[in-house]
Design a protein around this ligand. Structure first.
Ligand SMILES: *Cc1c(COP(=O)(O)O)cnc(C)c1O
Length: 359
């Protein structure tokens, strides 16, 4: 067609499937198995029941001030050091647009969140995917070279492997000329945050989300923390793009959820414990995996193809994530659900491993 040469064509990111069936054990998109904070639920109820609906007539605060204030208190930062967006995907996409403006390549691992190369392609940003080592660890030395920016998750996804904060510090220190973004989507499940480093490295930004540890993927809330100047750049770009990204219910429920720190800690604690118990079960069944610091495990079995296991679990009503991709096609990424979910998964895996002929 004639118009095609003037149109931007992209290969989109493919998110994990959201099945329609209700009775499936859904462990494919790293959602939290627990409900959101009761405080967030109360705020949502008040918003709908107590006649505050008219507030929805008005545009929300452009900077989502109530949410930013709650985050500033929680993390002991100034509001100027915090930026919020519609899930961390929105925050990260805005970071690519704002900070990766060089002709030099942006660096990220070969096995990582598969949205990074999609955004780089979308914005026409040059990039280089750097192989993780054979144990799926990121080698900090690979990032001591010329680049137009650096981004990776910590713990990494889909491997669950944590990079020590000391290595992140070395990467930030070695790259004063580029912005280094740490995507901490899974940090609350037992890893150490790089947040304290933002006082010492003016090129470092930490991005987090409500989707996993705060059980609010459906509300779409993400945030970035960095020094005031980086945050201001991000805000200026966003305001040139869409002035009102955050909706009022998200702003208010998000603020209530952040203030309910006890609930947050208790559900994160449950998931970490369940993960540890599930890892023991997996070891007993002969699975191999790296130590996870996230709400999922990334495991393979020496006697089975990844696809076989994925399909066999699916037949038993258990949905996990599997990628037909180089280096990881024999791995399964299994989200940690409730302890009951994980007992079911362990039982199913035992059945599959012990009766391979039925596979
Ligand atoms: C889930 C995830 C995100 C995106 O989360 P949002 O729901 O958009 O906040 C970003 N990065 C990584 C590594 C993730 O796993």
């Amino acid at each position: 067609m004639k118009w095609e040469e003037n149109v931007r064509r992209v290969v989109p990111y493919i998110p994990g499937e959201q099945p329609k069936e209700r009775n499936i054990i859904k462990l494919n998109t790293n959602e939290n198995p627990y409900p959101p904070s009761p405080e967030a639920q109360r705020v949502l109820r008040e918003l709908t029941e107590d006649g505050r609906w008219p507030d929805l007539r008005l545009y929300p605060d452009t900077d989502a001030a109530p949410l930013v204030r709650a985050l500033a208190e929680k993390y002991d930062r100034r509001p100027e050091e915090i930026y919020v967006g519609v899930g961390s995907d929105d925050v990260l996409a805005m970071c690519f647009l704002t900070f990766f403006c060089s002709r030099r390549p942006v660096l990220f691992p070969d096995i990582t969140y598969s949205f990074y190369d999609v955004w780089a392609e979308l914005y026409g940003i040059p990039y280089e995917q750097i192989p993780l080592d054979e144990n799926f660890c990121l080698r900090k030395e690979d990032y001591f070279r010329e680049n137009g920016g650096i981004i990776f998750p910590n713990p990494n996804a889909p491997t669950g492997v944590e990079l020590p904060v000391s290595a992140i510090e070395e990467i930030a220190a070695a790259n004063p000329g580029s912005v280094v973004i740490i995507d901490e989507a899974y940090v609350d499940f037992g890893a150490e945050s790089a947040l304290p480093l933002i006082d010492r490295y003016d090129n470092l930004m930490v991005v987090q989300t409500f989707s996993k540890s705060r059980a609010m993927a459906g509300m779409r809330i993400g945030y970035a923390m960095a020094n005031e100047r980086l945050i201001r750049c991000l805000r200026d770009v966003r305001r040139s793009f869409n002035s009102y990204t955050m909706n009022l219910p998200s702003i208010l429920c998000g603020a209530a959820a952040v203030r309910d720190d006890d609930y947050f800690r208790s559900i994160c604690g449950c998931i970490s414990e369940t993960r540890e118990r599930f890892e023991e079960e997996l070891s007993g069944l002969g699975f191999r995996f790296c130590r996870s610091r996230s709400n999922f495990v990334f495991a393979r079995h020496p006697d089975f193809r990844g696809e076989e296991l994925y399909r066999a679990l699916r037949e038993r009503g258990i949905l996990i994530r599997w990628w037909n991709k180089e280096r990881i096609s024999d791995y399964l990424r299994i989200t940690i659900g409730t302890s009951r979910d994980m007992r079911e998964v362990a039982r199913a895996l035992r059945d599959i491993v012990e009766h391979p002929e039925a596979c």
